[in-house]
Design a protein around this ligand. Structure first.
Ligand code: SF4
Ligand code: SF4
Ligand code: FES
Length: 245
């Protein structure tokens, strides 16, 4: 079977290279290439079992975990998007910490553990399963126009902390996700479709929007709307409106 891999090295233009492999699993194919055909091929992996989140790439434009992906003839393998490529399929993921810090997510040190029951754990279980693979981040179209967007994995994590009884700084989290956050999402579902953990960041963002409204926040894009204006004059909408109004 043939696969095509986007190669990149500092100071070189990127190029696509074709390899003939025997393995059907993508990660095993990458290892096969590195061991037998081209020792310079660079990629990340850790657990080899879908747990660590380090091996995400794009296969024919769709984010996938290499270790959980069966390849087909002539598949194109590329690094994930919106990250600086360090070499071949390895990218800089320093944005992860920045985006999570932006949302001010933390557990209160003075928690009372005896108050936590099974139902409380169930409320945060799914979002806690995020393996920070960056698939949702790479699939999100907002990064084409707004590099400051907090984005799906940090926002899904924000809901997890808001629902966590051990967390007491809910107001700070809500404040933190209003700008470049929940209202900038177009609810397109790309993040949900690619998540290998079955997490639904789009729904989590909608829940954060509803909770924000209940707390008295408003959608800044709706505030900018003036329905008395003619729809012929789109300049009145104040620039890019990700919610498509
Ligand atoms: S639903 Fe929102 S966060 Fe998810 S990919 Fe679409 S725009 Fe990005
Ligand atoms: S939410 Fe899903 S796709 Fe996004 S980083 Fe976490 S595990 Fe990966
Ligand atoms: S190597 Fe850990 S998720 Fe693929």
């Amino acid at each position: 079977m043939k696969i095509n891999i986007k190669r990149f090295n500092q100071n070189e233009n990127d190029f696509i290279k074709e390899y003939e492999v025997k393995n059907e699993n993508l990660l095993q194919s990458l290892i096969e290439i590195r061991n037998n055909l081209d020792a310079t091929l660079t990629f990340r992996c850790g657990c080899k079992s879908g747990v660590c989140g380090s091996c995400a790439v794009r296969v024919n434009g769709v984010e996938r975990l290499s270790c959980k992906t069966k390849i087909n003839d002539n598949d194109l393998i590329e690094p994930i998007k919106y990250c600086k490529v360090i070499k071949d399929l390895v990218v800089d993921v320093s944005h992860e910490t920045l985006l999570i810090k932006k949302s001010n997510l933390s557990i209160n040190e003075n928690i009372i553990y005896s108050e936590i029951n099974k139902e409380d754990i169930k409320n945060i279980d799914l979002q806690s399963n995020c393996i920070l693979c960056n698939s949702c981040y790479s699939s999100c179209p907002i990064y084409e126009v707004n590099g400051n967007f907090i984005g799906p994995f940090a926002l899904t994590r924000a809901l997890r902390y808001v629902n966590d009884k051990k967390c007491s700084n809910h107001n700070l989290i809500f404040d933190s996700v209003q700008t470049n956050g929940i209202w900038d999402c177009t609810l397109c579902s790309s993040c949900t479709l690619v998540c290998p953990q079955g997490i639904d960041p789009k729904s989590d963002i909608m829940k954060l929007q509803n909770l924000s409204i209940q707390k008295g926040y408003t959608n800044p894009y709706q505030q900018n709307l003036n329905f008395s204006d003619s729809f012929d004059n789109f300049d009145n909408f104040g620039g890019f409106n990700p919610n498509g109004f």
